[in-house]
Design a protein around this ligand. Sequence first.
Ligand code: DGL
Length: 274
Amino acid sequence: MDRRPIGIFDSGLGGLSILAAVRDLLPWESTVYFGDTARYPYGSKNQDVVAEYASEIAGHLVTAHDVKLVVVACNTAAAAALERLSEELPVPVIGVIDAGVRAASIVSGSSRVGVIGTVGTIGSGAYQRAFLKVDPSVELNCQACPGFVELVETGEADTESARVLARILLQPLIDAKVDTLLLGCTHYPFLARAIQDVVGRDVILVSSAEETAFEVHHMLEGGGLSGRDEDLQGDELYITSGSAEDFATFASALLKRPVVNVVHLDFSDLNVQE
Ligand code: DGL
């Protein structure tokens, strides 16, 4: 039995949607979550810069926290750095893009799928390539949604501003009559209410969270890394590059339960060049 924690990271709070699914499926596993809130958003940054950040954070999770697996709970970072991390790290690495594509192709009825994500993710072409591999017959409509991540990070996910922005950004997908909408950014499940209000109830929203959790389960079991013990509740540690107090407040609101055990990490501790 391997009781080392699972490392999960994102630019900020969005990866908590993945963390929640992982903890739900594997409650006995301990987790260390890193939210790079001081440097979010990643989606508007150059891919090389994002890859550098991802490499530093994942390296820190392995060396300082001895994680047995790293989940890149950020589409933008996965698009920019998944291959690099898989080469660099001594532990398995899981991204969220393939998981989301699998989930969307399972539920899509007409094969008219919309994908929304950050400018970085959509611009990288990662989803377009992943769908080509899984199901080339899918008629894909990709749309970047700048501003969505900020709404989640500032606690405005369930506001009129969110619905106004969603109406503007999602109109092309409504016009394209997509029947499935893949949330290609881990922040977006926290905007699901606003998004669903705008696209209508006939469109199925799909996130990569559950499918990613299944992938984690599969990888742990297959690799002899599982810490399974039905009698145990895994520990949780949260690390943020921003304010620990703000992180605890916003994370508790998003997860609808108290999030404690939050620590602040200075970039100088990570040897990161700002
Ligand atoms: N949650 C990240 C993602 O999945 C958001 C990136 C950002 O900070 O822009 O892409």
